[in-house]
Design a protein around this ligand. Structure first.
Ligand code: PEP
Length: 254
């Protein structure tokens, strides 16, 4: 399976800064990505066009939106639609990022609506799941992942479920490891990814083996290669360490 290395730029970078970083990435990866990896960047909305322009014609580089509202259009002040995102050059969207869930109060149900809507609008979706520290300490890892995954995937129409390979990726992001400098250990990551693979198989059958499961949470150049080499780890979702082109390039090449 092609590994995916994704950058979440969160609420960082003006348009000029984003264009500069995107150009550095595109130039460094002009001859293809190391190991033929797919590189995704999720910039703030106002930067997507600039990043898409820098990536034009580059194989294995794509751009996505960090968020959108699951309706075609309407009175949703402050929100952005899938059509508007498409206009900017985005082909991927994030759904269920822990900052959306825990800072902005997005429920499992809203994440499910976003996942279904984006797929029907022909976007590729990176669905983020992960437990909070108190949930892990209470032994609830499997229950939390099962609830988040089932709520997002069970309502998908049968016809859509059959088309998920190539259109859906999961990102396992333990909330306690995001932006904290605490990276999950190899045993913890492998355990969670194995749980996710089994849950996915229960939900969608044999094609579950074809869906990439990324790890995210304090990935840095010095821990990336150990993480990406673990069983069932099909890529990395990187926040802080993706903001600098050189650091993200090291992770892409790890
Ligand atoms: C993220 O934003 O998805 C993330 C994993 O952030 P960080 O790498 O900074 O922990």
């Amino acid at each position: 399976m092609q590994k995916i290395i994704a950058a979440n730029w969160k609420m960082y970078k003006t348009r000029v800064e984003a264009a500069q970083t995107a150009r550095e990435l595109a130039e460094a990866l002009a001859d293809g990505t190391p190991h033929d990896r797919l590189v995704l960047v999720f910039p703030p909305f106002t930067d997507i066009t600039a990043v898409a322009e820098a990536f034009t014609g580059k194989k294995n580089l794509a751009v996505g939106g960090q968020n959108f509202y699951p309706a075609e259009q309407g009175a949703f002040t402050g929100e952005i639609s899938a059509d508007m995102l498409r206009d900017t050059g985005a082909t991927w969207v994030l759904a269920g990022h822990s900052e959306r869930r825990h800072v902005f109060g997005e429920s499992d149900e809203l994440v499910a609506r976003k996942t279904a809507f984006a797929l029907t609008q022909d976007f590729k979706v990176m669905l983020c799941v992960g437990e909070m520290l108190h949930e892990r300490e209470a032994g609830q890892l499997r229950d939390v992942l099962a609830r988040q995954l089932a709520t997002a995937l069970e309502p998908l129409p049968e016809a859509l479920r059959g088309t998920l390979p190539g259109r859906l990726a999961l990102a396992y992001e333990p909330v306690w490891a995001i932006g904290t400098g605490k990276v999950a250990g190899p045993v913890e990551v492998q355990e969670a990814h194995a749980v996710l693979r089994a849950l996915l198989t229960d939900l969608i059958g044999a094609t579950a083996a074809e869906l990439p499961i990324l790890y995210g949470g304090s990935v840095k150049p010095d821990n990336a290669s150990a993480l990406v080499g673990l069983d069932n780890v099909d890529g990395l979702l990187v926040g802080g360490a993706s903001l600098e082109a050189q650091s993200f390039l090291q992770i892409i090449g790890s």
